[in-house]
Every structure is written in structure tokens, then in C-alpha cells.
Design a protein around this ligand. Structure first.
Ligand SMILES: NC(=O)c1ccc[n+]([C@@H]2O[C@H](COP(=O)([O-])OP(=O)(O)OC[C@H]3O[C@@H](n4cnc5c(N)ncnc54)[C@H](O)[C@@H]3O)[C@@H](O)[C@H]2O)c1
Length: 405
């Protein structure tokens, strides 16, 4: 987390591990004015992003783009921006950003558009704060890693759940009481979504899994190695494919992360964050997904001290996408790599795709095998010769991702 973000949040993050910031070499954004932002994609998330940009102390909304006639203007009208008439609209977000001299684009387009929009922006020298998932497919995600390396232009994927105070507190707890041995996230909420999710393959993993998987990596500070997953489709489900899934990940520190999720069970809903239990060497924690986490050790005094420290953190702070925006702008101002930069993010998306592959194959799937298969597909599909050469030059995907962080 940046010092700016910690200062805005008024919290002590000293307990969390803080590696030296990695500098990017990309020209720094001036800190004496708000960042000029174009939002690309004026749907549900684009509306939320426009409101957050308009309300942010570190950014201003200068443009909104969408392919659909009238959509961009509707998003501007509901954004609360102080001078809506001065916010420009367009159909191509990158062209609009270049025309307006924007400092960055926020990209809440549909996942299939993430790759083309981001490649164009990076080659135009415009930093990108993209929505999750990084792309529609894993080969596309690796292609974007290559384009980010080639251009040296910052690209962060917004994983909004990371920016809850409680998630940061759980990470700090694990840093001082870990390593973990078993972490579980249980998500159960009866939802009958309309639209594409009804016919999508593995809609729960693709829509919700990514949030829990990225959160688990962040809390435990461990990366996925392999997964075994199974899905269920009860006959009352409105979804064509499994919206109930159980997945167990083997993590790089030898621990297990178990995810159980369902859109099919009525009653006793969890919050959207799910319910968590984290078991570690020197203590355990539970979180109901909304209130303060409960922290426990075998020492009563220490437990009371930890719980008091959590309760003391009550000042309002930006969270979710508002905090994500602060993190990206702070990183651009400080010339450092932001949290959730694409190299760091790809493994969260790989967890989704590996769980999907495990459900489909009915067997355990190794993340590295999936990453290397995706690299072959990315090389075959890559239109840019320099990006293709870069993908071919990696010793392994895992090493390339680690080297870029
Ligand atoms: N962080 C979260 O909690 C969260 C929640 C919901 C959705 N999301 C993510 O946000 C993204 C958008 O989701 P949504 O629900 O807003 O979808 P949506 O369908 O409501 O909106 C997407 C918009 O993008 C536009 N678009 C598509 N291609 C474009 C292009 N090339 N240029 C400009 N506009 C383009 C579409 O016309 C549409 O208006 C997805 O990646 C989704 O996973 C994140």
C-alpha cells in the first residue's frame, strides 16, 4: 500500500509486510493536481467508476466512452461531476484519452474488450486501471503481461475486495502469526441473475471466485500451485451450468485454501465477501465478511490486545474501487509499481481458469501446466511480433510473473 493511501486511510499498516517499492521508470504524474481520467465502458460498473472518479480527491473525470449511443452521456449525467458539460464523450476510449491529454483510463468494459482496449492504450502510452477479470482468457492475460513489459506503461487490475480494511487486518494478522495451514471462504447467496450468466460456463467461479481467490492470495501471502474442484447443478437452478462449486487449492507455502460457493441455496445468506476462517501456526481468525474480524491466539492477553487494535481502527477510509483509484494514482505519482499490477494479478485469474479446468476434467490441475499451455496459445494468437518474441523468451510463465513484480 502506498504511503498516500495509508495516510488517507489514517491507519497503521506497519504490521503488514512492506517490501521496498519497485520503481517503474514511467514518467511521474504531478502530485499537485488531480489525475485526468477517461472511463471506458459506460455500463453498470462504468457508472460506479464515474461516480468514484468524480468524488475522488486524487482524480477528475474528463471523458467517458462507450460503443453504445447515449450510454456515455447517461453515465456522466449520474456521476455527480461538478461540471458535466465539460466532460467529453466518445466511442473509442483511447482516442478520446489522447485527444484530451488524459493521464489514465479506467476500463470497465466487458471482459472480451479488455485485451484490445488495453493493448491500444499501453502502446499509446496511457496507463490503464482495468476491471477484473484481467481478460476473457488466460492466453490474453499473458499477452497483456508481454505488452506491459514491452511498453513499460503501468497496468493495474482493480481487485476491489482487497481494499477492505478487514482484509488488510487479516493480512497483517497472518504476517505476524503465520504461516497459514488452512484457509476457507464460504459464499452462499441465493441469486437468480438475468443475462449472460444464465448460459455462461461455470458462472459462479468466473463471476465470484476471482474475488475470493485474489483475497486469499493477499491475506495468506501465498500463491496457488494446484486445484481440485467439483461443481453441482441442482434441478431448481436457473443457470445452465454449475453455480455451486467446491474448490481446494494447494498453495505455495504448503497450506490449503478451500472455497465453497453457491448461488443456489436459499436462506441464511452470507455477505458478498463470504465467510472466512484462517488457521495459522500461532493463531486463527474468522471474518463474517462485513464486521470486524475475530482474531484468536492461545494467549488471552495477546488476543485481547489484537482485538482492541482492530476495534481502534474505526476512522472512515476509502475502500473498494475508491481505494483502488487512490492506489493507482499514488503509484503513478510516486513512480512505483501499483498493487495488483498485471504481473501480480495473473495468478488470481489463473486460479479461476484452473478451477474451471478441474471441474471439466474431473481431476486435479496444476497451475503451471495451465500457464504454459496458455503461453503456447498466446504465442500462436499474438499479432505483435515483439510481444510474441517476448512470450517465447520467458524461461517459464511463473518466473516471468515473479520477475515483473
Ligand atoms: N469489482 C466488482 O465488484 C465488479 C462488479 C461487477 C462487474 N465488474 C467488472 O466490470 C466489468 C464491466 O461489467 P459491467 O457489469 O459494468 O458490464 P456492462 O455490460 O454493464 O457494461 C460494459 C459496457 O462496456 C461497453 N463496451 C464494450 N466494449 C467496449 C469498447 N471496446 N469500448 C467502449 N465500451 C465498450 C458496453 O457497451 C457496456 O456499456 C467486467 O469486467 C466485470 O467483471 C466488477
Amino acid at each position: 500500500m502506498s504511503s498516500d493511501l495509508a495516510a488517507q486511510q489514517g491507519t497503521d499498516t506497519s504490521a503488514a509486510p512492506a517490501p521496498a517499492p519497485r520503481l517503474t521508470g514511467f514518467p511521474r504524474l504531478p502530485a499537485d493536481r488531480p489525475a485526468r481520467v477517461v472511463v471506458v465502458g459506460a455500463g453498470a460498473m462504468g457508472s460506479w467508476w464515474a461516480r468514484e472518479v468524480a468524488a475522488s480527491a486524487v482524480a477528475e473525470l474528463v471523458g467517458v466512452a462507450d460503443l453504445v449511443d447515449g450510454a456515455a452521456q447517461r453515465v456522466i449525467d449520474q456521476s455527480g461531476t461538478p461540471a458535466p458539460a465539460s466532460v467529453r464523450t466518445g466511442t473509442d476510449g483511447v482516442d478520446l484519452a489522447l485527444e484530451l491529454g488524459a493521464d489514465l483510463i479506467v476500463d470497465p468494459t466487458v471482459p472480451v474488450a479488455h485485451h484490445p482496449v488495453t493493448v491500444k492504450a499501453l502502446h499509446a502510452g496511457i496507463p490503464v486501471l482495468g476491471e477484473k477479470p484481467v481478460t476473457e482468457t488466460l492466453p490474453e492475460a499473458l499477452s497483456l503481461v508481454a505488452h506491459a513489459e514491452l511498453t513499460g506503461v503501468p497496468f493495474m487490475v482493480s481487485q476491489s475486495r482487497r481494499f477492505f480494511r478487514q482484509v488488510r487486518q487479516l493480512r497483517a494478522f497472518v504476517a505476524s502469526h503465520g504461516p497459514t495451514v488452512m484457509t476457507s471462504a464460504f459464499f452462499s447467496l441465493f441469486v437468480e441473475h438475468d443475462g449472460y450468466r444464465r448460459s455462461q460456463r461455470h458462472p459462479l467461479l468466473r463471476d465470484m471466485g476471482i474475488h475470493a481467490f485474489d483475497t486469499a492470495r493477499y491475506i495468506t501471502d501465498a500463491d496457488p500451485v494446484a486445484v481440485t474442484a467439483v461443481g453441482a447443478r441442482p434441478d431448481w437452478s436457473v443457470y445452465s451450468h454449475d453455480a455451486t462449486v467446491s474448490a481446494t487449492f494447494e498453495m505455495s507455502d504448503g497450506s490449503l485454501f478451500a472455497y465453497h460457493g453457491s448461488w443456489n441455496a436459499r436462506g441464511l445468506p452470507t455477505w458478498w465477501n463470504g465467510e472466512w476462517r484462517i488457521g495459522a501456526q500461532r493463531g486463527s481468525a474468522t471474518w463474517d465478511g462485513t464486521g470486524a474480524p475475530l482474531l484468536g491466539t492461545e494467549d488471552e492477553e495477546e488476543t485481547a490486545r489484537l482485538q482492541a487494535a482492530v476495534a481502534a481502527e474505526s476512522a472512515p477510509e476509502p475502500d473498494q474501487i475508491a481505494a483502488s483509484l487512490v492506489e493507482f494514482v499514488s503509484a503513478l505519482r510516486e513512480g512505483r509499481t501499483p498493487m495488483c499490477e498485471v504481473h501480480e494479478n495473473v495468478l488470481s485469474f489463473a486460479m479461476v481458469e484452473a478451477a474451471v479446468a478441474s471441474v471439466e476434467r474431473g481431476q486435479r490441475v496444476e497451475i503451471d501446466e495451465l500457464l504454459e499451455q496458455a503461453r503456447s496459445e498466446a504465442i500462436a494468437a499474438e499479432a505483435d511480433p515483439a510481444a510474441r518474441e517476448l512470450l517465447q523468451s520467458w524461461t517459464s510463465v511463473r518466473e516471468a510473473l515473479a520477475a515483473g513484480q
